[in-house]
Design a protein. Structure first.
Length: 276
């Protein structure tokens, strides 16, 4: 009953703001307030949808939601959420998280060269990692359902809303940061990554630590990954001296550590395994 009352109040506020915006159509304050309320209403809708689901263990590799909410539902949710952030914030901001990630990659692999590197940024969001690497000379292809436009920063960045739109193959780096825990079909995503990779593609995957994430009932995640999942999806039988597999944890402050912590990070150039 309380939720119904809160939803009613939010809709009344939205009605008032919509009416006011007819008088003050250029008011940024009103635009931000409207987007904020729409974002809250989408959160309420997401909570309602997730109450219908259970968390199912898959081979001790990860947990997933069942029944899984539809892809169209998520597309609508994230489009609404990012429209709020796009109005509220300066578009294309580079976060401390992405700077820390780039520093970790460069320190871990000192021979890596971003000049002319072909990067796939899956779930690019506001495009911070794309901006950083494009400044280093990389050509970045982004996949995201939102309409942030990073071209205003660099012509080496192209955004698509769906994997099927991509014509590029043989990416040198596939980057997915806090994205995999939101997909509806993880096997299909891994299979798509494999199709656009080559024998020495680098992968950077960062997800919340599933062991901790499972304990939080307020997270809107579809998957909860364990370290064993990333050990499973990368072939480790290859004896090439230039192959490596780094799986570490990362604290909320951005520090990379070898003990269990908030986020789980995988950096590797092993081949992907789709048999899991």
């Amino acid at each position: 009953m309380r939720n119904i009352y809160n939803i009613f109040r939010l809709n009344i506020k939205l009605f008032i703001l919509n009416t006011t915006s007819l008088i003050l159509p250029k008011s940024r304050m009103i635009q931000v307030a409207k987007a904020g309320i729409k974002n809250l209403l989408m959160h309420v809708s997401m909570q309602k949808e997730y109450k219908k689901t259970k968390k199912i263990n898959y081979k001790n590799l990860y947990y997933h939601r069942s029944p899984m909410p539809s892809k169209s539902f998520f597309d609508k949710y994230y489009k609404e959420a990012y429209s709020y952030y796009k109005i509220r914030d300066v578009p294309q901001n580079v976060s401390a998280r992405e700077i820390n990630q780039l520093e970790y990659i460069l320190k871990s692999q000192k021979n890596i060269n971003f000049k002319n590197m072909k990067i796939l940024n899956f779930g690019a969001g506001h495009g911070g990692f794309s901006i950083l690497t494009s400044f280093l000379g990389a050509h970045v292809t982004e996949i995201d359902t939102t309409d942030y436009d990073a071209k205003c920063f660099n012509h080496n960045i192209t955004r698509f809303s769906d994997f099927s739109d991509i014509k590029e193959k043989n990416f040198d780096l596939i980057y997915a940061s806090h994205t995999l825990e939101h997909v509806t079909d993880i096997l299909s995503v891994i299979q798509m990554f494999k199709k656009v990779s080559h024998d020495n593609t680098f992968y950077y995957f960062e997800v919340p630590n599933g062991n901790l994430d499972l304990k939080n009932d307020n997270v809107f995640h579809t998957h909860f990954f364990f370290k064993e999942f990333f050990e499973k999806i990368f072939f480790q039988s290859e004896n090439r001296s230039d192959h490596f597999l780094n799986i570490v944890y990362k604290e909320r402050n951005g520090k990379f550590v070898n003990k269990e912590s908030d986020d789980l990070v995988t950096l590797t150039n092993h081949s992907l395994n789709t048999d899991f």
